[in-house]
Design a protein around this ligand. Structure first.
Ligand SMILES: NC(=O)c1ccc[n+]([C@@H]2O[C@H](COP(=O)([O-])OP(=O)(O)OC[C@H]3O[C@@H](n4cnc5c(N)ncnc54)[C@H](OP(=O)(O)O)[C@@H]3O)[C@@H](O)[C@H]2O)c1
Length: 266
């Protein structure tokens, strides 16, 4: 029997977090580093926020590297996976966090914009699963965590159709891979953050800002746990799914939204 603290320990594990230079991806990386893992983070620009993020992560004493990779580019994804092999010799955990949100009314949504959202959120995530999956299949073990969203559960009237479609696609991808790769001891789960006051929704921290004034109070009103999601909520969920604590959980959706998406509003 394992002590419960040890169930959450990631000592000796190697993780890759796409888009780990900022926002929720950074907190996912920070959580895993604090739990003992070595972590690589990637982004489209090798300098700037990726530099700062990797410096902060290294303060933990863990082996952390940054990799330049646009996940929509198949060649760059393959190169990223080669760097993981060369530097660490393995990859135990893949967190597919990189994503974009593009809001616009559906009747005016251009095909280019639609493709950009799908290419990043869905196809990019698939490419990373496929390429890192090859290492995991050889290892006969692995753990993949895909970022979906509350928008994969409920509709909004503000023009999130492409984003929502991509995020519900992540759930199909997650479930299919969980079933297909279970025989290789690879677990695949999805997390569905709600209204987090970090990353692309960090404007929720500024109560005087115009965006908060427009959507902050109505969102809070519909959230039974009367607050927005924080960095700790992400760190806890990621370390749980990345660790032995969730060893028999695969193909699941972990909703982190203070009961927002199941609230009937009455
Ligand atoms: N914040 C929320 O409330 C919320 C709620 C639900 C779900 N989510 C999901 O959580 C994930 C992270 O969101 P966030 O709020 O942290 O967003 P964010 O602050 O905008 O960060 C997005 C990250 O993704 C990276 N990225 C974007 N396109 C990329 C590409 N083509 N290749 C590689 N990296 C790419 C960005 O890095 P570069 O710009 O350097 O490439 C950045 O590090 C997303 O999948 C999002 O859909 C967020």
């Amino acid at each position: 029997m394992t002590h419960v603290f040890d169930l959450f320990n990631l000592d000796g594990k190697v993780a890759l977090v796409t888009g780990g230079g900022k926002g929720l991806g950074y907190f996912a990386a920070e959580g895993m580093v604090e739990a003992g893992a070595d972590v690589a983070i990637c982004g489209r620009n090798i300098h700037g926020k990726l530099d700062e993020a990797v410096e902060k992560l290294r303060k933990s004493g863990r082996n952390c590297i940054k990799i330049k990779c646009d996940i929509t580019n198949e060649k760059e994804v393959k190169e990223m996976v080669q760097i993981m092999k060369d530097h660490y010799g393995k990859c135990d955990i893949l967190v597919n966090n990189a994503g974009i949100g593009e809001m616009s009314p559906s009747k005016n949504y251009s095909l280019d914009r639609w493709k950009k959202v799908m290419n990043t959120n869905l196809t990019g995530t698939f490419l990373c699963c496929r390429e890192v999956g090859k290492i995991m299949i050889k290892q006969k073990s692995g753990n993949i965590i895909n970022f979906s969203s509350e928008n994969g559960q409920v509709g909004f009237s503000t023009g999130f159709t492409a984003y929502a479609t991509s995020k519900i696609g992540i759930i199909g991808l997650t479930r299919s891979l969980a079933v297909e790769w279970g025989k290789y001891n690879i677990r695949v789960n999805a997390i569905l953050p709600g209204n987090m006051q970090e990353g692309m929704m960090e404007f929720l921290q500024d109560k005087d800002g115009p965006m908060y004034k427009m959507i902050g109070p109505p969102l809070l009103n519909l959230t039974p746990i009367k607050r927005f999601g924080t960095r700790d909520d992400i760190k806890g969920a990621i370390v749980f799914l990345a660790s032995k604590a969730s060893d028999y959980i695969s193909g699941a959706k972990l909703v982190i939204d203070g009961a927002f998406t199941i609230n009937a509003g009455l």
